[in-house]
Write a new protein. Structure first.
Length: 235
């Protein structure tokens, strides 16, 4: 789905990843669930670009609902997969601390699980080879993505700031649709390792210039990152 010029979303408000389409090639941010591979191929066909135009994939963190087709992309095309060093082990193995589930409503929770089954979540492959990045890195990919450390949801959670498309991709640093309750609007994401640290990291987000804030779950937020961060703090 096209969001804005050169900017596309794969998936939906339950689980989403993003495609940046520029003349010099394509950058992906997150890889959703394994079944989103077919969404990727359909979107590429719709914009008339071959799979070989994908220059790389940047993961906002290493959780299973963000690494979905990453290993398939890497294995089939050789495109590098970038992840913060603090989440590299998680992306390679799936190991992570257990976190409290928190509040839930049965309908939205079952919907999240059912969507995961439809998109082959149980077949998620960990990423065998990753390129480790750090806060402040500017990646040699289309759009020159900037890595912004946002620890809290996981140790290596990042935002990906891409001025070329006037957007910042936030993964689970915040959500605009809580997958367990169905509540919409900017708010903290569930399954967060360190909730207080995640809230503190919003200061990093608030200082970024962009017109789009794009989460891994929920609708795109059209507005300044500072307004999204403020909405999370008052949620």
């Amino acid at each position: 789905m096209k969001i804005a010029p050169h900017l596309h979303r794969l998936g939906n408000d339950v689980v989403a990843s993003y495609l940046i389409d520029l003349p010099e090639g394509i950058t992906l941010v997150d890889a959703g669930l394994p079944g989103h591979w077919h969404d990727l191929l359909r979107e590429l066909e719709a914009i008339g670009r071959p799979l070989g135009d994908v220059r790389g994939l940047v993961l906002t963190h290493g959780d299973s609902d963000h690494i979905g087709f990453a290993e398939r992309l890497r294995a089939e095309t050789g495109a590098p997969v970038f992840v913060h060093a603090a989440d590299a082990h998680r992306a390679r193995t799936g190991e992570k601390p257990k976190t409290p589930m928190g509040p839930f409503r049965l309908g939205p929770m079952l919907g999240f699980l059912a969507y995961g089954l439809r998109k082959n979540a149980v077949r998620t492959q960990h990423v065998r080879e990753v390129v480790e990045v750090a806060d402040g890195d500017v990646l040699d990919l289309p759009g020159r993505p900037v890595v912004v450390g946002m620890p809290g949801h996981s140790p290596g959670s990042i935002a990906v700031h891409v001025p070329a498309v006037d957007a910042v991709f936030v993964g689970d640093a915040l959500t605009t649709r809580h997958v367990l309750t169905g509540r919409t609007g900017a708010q903290p994401a569930p399954f967060t390792d360190e909730p207080e640290q995640a809230l503190a990291s919003l200061d990093r987000l608030a200082g970024l210039p962009a017109s789009w804030v794009l989460p891994g779950h929920g609708a795109p937020w059209q507005g300044a990152p500072a307004s999204a961060a403020a909405a999370v703090r008052t949620a």
